[in-house]
Design a protein around this ligand. Structure first.
Ligand code: G1P
Ligand code: ZN
Length: 538
């Protein structure tokens, strides 16, 4: 039976860079998740009788909210839901399911790389029929609905058994529980040469994949150890746990330290990789070599034709504005366009749908392509494996050869986390106030607040970050995070181009030292925030 439950709006249900993210106790308030889910449905038209894909990264509260989404989808008139077994789906696998099964859209339960558990973060995100995060037009409509919601619809049916694959009914709606991995694994086998990778493994090549106690465990076990035949134990932290086993499932050098310590010093595996809470981010390392996400994008683009899925070449490359310009150099050499978009994967959707870009990336450990409409952690790992299998060189040799050919974009991101919101805003305001006076000082030739004109739908997105551009091609970029759940996070991105190969082995922070000092002094970060150093450097 369908019930219409009276409710009142909650403040602050504004989707951020990637859906609505809040602390678990916020989501656990009565009606909180229901209000947001109903607001999603109320912002959409024409889904009666259609399919909705549902899954999440397995974090704390995932199991409960999956059941709520199922009941509300039935009450609102969806014809079918496809749910990953045990309510699990990685973000890229959800994107693929939506596309492959021509679903109306999908609801992904995740707070990505944010910690989980009863005091951790939770999140709800809507993806549209193209498999990508809802465009701003829809997220704005959802937010507007959350402010006026008066009731939501839900059935009073019992929990659906999600432990086994199969079909059942909730009211008139069909519930199809699917294997979270199989469709995705089939797609990966179309894109990459698994036989080549098997031959690489036969030659003695070894890797470690750190699933960080999160969603990619089952995918890594099935694809890397199962289909490809890497030895058991290749996947570490491979069981998805509600609190990620206490891990902060963000695949960077700080949080994936266990993996980094195994691979970087040498004597261990040849290749190391990790993915985040919901499986869309990736970390790539080799012996003595950390591959920055910006370099990884450039290197994958430069080597794409070595893999079957991209053998025909790329139509274009897209990168988020703060991502280094390494990919631009590859695009220039290939004679293809390189698009610079605001932060957030949703801005790549139109370019991918229009066939204008094939490969995309963000400095925040996100790489992907037109195979889905999300960034894809395991995809990047498999593409690296395919390139390594074809080139038979070490990760370090491939990266250094790339720098010799294109020059090196030294790059680092400095995050000031949980800064007081007013202080963070004052840093941004100080920069905005100096935009017209900075050019001419410190070698700065231009300064602006980045705005993006989408070449496909001609929408304009403004205030996407302050860019300081220097005459030697260096850049400093400032923006505030749109994914945090406590205070504000100020992100400062620092980049320098170095064509001279004899200078490529300098340590990154050292190579960027003068720019780093400037990045702090220009908006007087210490005085405004009380922070003399960033909390995380990647
Ligand atoms: C961060 C990253 C951004 C990424 C997003 C979702 O957003 O910087 O590149 O798309 O997470 O994974 P931010 O917190 O900076 O708004
Ligand atoms: Zn993620």
């Amino acid at each position: 039976m369908i019930h219409t439950i009276a409710t009142t709006p909650f403040e602050g249900q504004k989707p951020g860079t990637s859906g609505l993210r809040k602390k678990v106790p916020v989501f656990q308030q009565r009606h909180y998740a229901e209000n947001f889910i109903q607001s999603i449905f109320d912002s959409l038209e024409g889904f009666q009788g259609q399919t909705l894909v549902i899954g999440g990264d397995g974090r704390y509260y995932n199991a409960e909210v999956v059941q709520t989404v199922i009941r509300m989808a039935a009450a609102n008139g969806f014809g079918r839901v496809m749910v990953g077994r045990n309510g699990l789906l990685s973000t890229p696998a959800a994107s693929h399911l939506i596309r492959r099964h021509r679903a109306f859209g999908g609801i992904v339960l995740s707070a990505s790389h944010n910690p989980g558990g009863p005091d951790g973060d939770f999140g709800i995100k809507y993806n549209a029929a193209n498999g990508g995060p809802a465009p701003e037009k829809i997220t704005d409509a959802i937010f507007a609905k959350t402010k006026s919601i008066a009731s939501y619809k839900i059935t009073d049916t019992p929990d659906v058994d999600l432990n086994s694959i199969g079909i059942s009914k909730v009211g008139n709606m069909t519930v199809e529980v699917v294997d979270p991995v199989s469709d995705y694994a089939a797609l990966m086998q179309q894109l990459f040469d698994f036989d080549q990778i098997r031959a690489l493994i036969k030659s003695g090549f070894r890797m470690k994949f750190d699933a960080m106690g999160a969603i990619t465990g089952p995918y890594g076990h099935a694809i890397l150890e199962g289909i490809l035949g890497f030895p058991a134990g290749t996947v570490m932290n491979g069981t998805p746990l509600p609190d990620f086993g206490g891990h902060h499932p963000d695949p960077n050098l700080v949080h994936a330290k266990e993996l980094v310590d195994l691979v970087m010093p040498g004597g261990g595996p040849d290749f190391g990789a990790a993915s985040d809470g919901d499986g869309d981010r990736n970390l790539i390392i080799g012996r003595g070599m950390y591959v920055t996400p910006s370099d990884s994008l450039a290197i994958l683009a430069a080597n794409a034709t070595l893999t079957p899925g991209y053998a025909g070449g790329l139509s274009g490359i897209a990168r988020s504005m703060p991502t280094s310009a390494a990919a631009d150099r590859v695009a220039a050499k290939l004679g293809i366009p390189c698009y610079e978009t605001p932060t957030g994967w949703k801005f790549f959707g139109n370019l991918l749908d229009a066939g204008m870009a094939t490969i995309c990336g963000e400095e925040s450990f996100g790489t992907g392509s037109n195979h889905v409409r999300e960034k894809d952690g395991l995809w990047a790992v498999l593409m690296w494996l395919n390139v390594l299998a074809r080139r038979r060189q070490s990760v370090a040799d491939i990266v250094k050869a790339h720098w010799r050919e294109y020059g090196r974009n030294f790059y680092s991101r400095h995050d000031y986390e949980e800064v007081e919101t007013d202080a963070a805003n004052s840093v941004m305001k100080a920069l905005r106030d100096q935009l017209s006076t900075l050019p001419g000082q410190h070698g700065i030739i231009a300064a602006d607040d980045f705005a993006y004109d989408d070449p496909v739908d001609h929408s304009r997105t403004t205030a996407q970050g302050i860019r300081l551009m220097f005459e030697d091609g260096s850049r400093i970029v400032y923006r505030l995070s749109g994914t945090g759940t406590a205070g504000a996070t100020l992100r400062v991105y620092i980049e320098r181009y170095e064509p001279d190969a004899s200078r490529h082995d300098i340590e990154t922070q050292e190579a960027l030292a003068d720019l780093i000092a400037l990045s702090r002094s220009i908006p007087d970060i210490a005085r405004r925030t009380g922070r003399t150093a960033p909390s995380v450097i990647t």
